[in-house]
Design a protein around this ligand. Structure first.
Ligand code: RB5
Length: 157
């Protein structure tokens, strides 16, 4: 399991906490930044992590911002990315089992470090259940396909 992680300044402290968790557990990860409280733009970091997951270089991604919303919206623009904003363990598990979420997003201004660690733990351990859920996830890919122009498709190859 290789994890790509990133945040903007609003999620930086929470990212540092999750990085410490990944280190503790011996999970292979790459931290794409940001590395300070200096204001940055969350789409830049969401894009880097999303592309790292899309390319297959990393199996999963974790993104933090103030709310978890901005990074989720941005990451979900990258074809093949299914980013889920989860602030409880039930949703975190379901996002893996039902939606095959490949990026977890979290909001530093919404939840505490303890809950965030539990959510990450559950999310990293849960597996996609396939079956009827696979058909639905394939339909999501179909939506991407429908709105992808021929030119864009060439660029994505
Ligand atoms: C930054 O102030 C904040 O807007 C950002 O971290 C995030 O919450 C956006 O969705």
């Amino acid at each position: 399991m290789r994890v790509a992680i990133g945040s903007d300044h609003g999620g930086w402290r929470l990212k540092e906490c999750i990085v410490a968790y990944l280190q503790e557990k011996g999970i292979v990860y790459r931290d794409f930044g940001t590395f300070s409280q200096e204001a940055v733009d969350y789409p830049d970091f969401a894009l880097e992590v999303a592309e790292a997951v899309r390319s297959g270089e990393y199996d999963r991604g974790i993104l933090c911002c103030g709310t978890g919303i901005g990074v989720a919206i941005a990451a979900n623009k990258v074809p093949g990315i299914r980013a889920a904003l989860c602030h409880d363990t039930f949703s975190a598990r379901a996002s893996r089992e039902h939606n095959d979420a490949n990026i977890l997003t979290l909001g530093e201004r919404v939840i505490g470090n303890g809950l965030a660690r539990e959510i990450v733990e559950v999310w990293l351990q849960a597996e996609f259940q396939g079956g009827r859920h696979a058909r639905r996830v394939e339909k999501i890919a179909g939506i991407e396909e429908k709105y992808c122009t021929k030119v864009q498709k060439k660029q994505l190859l």
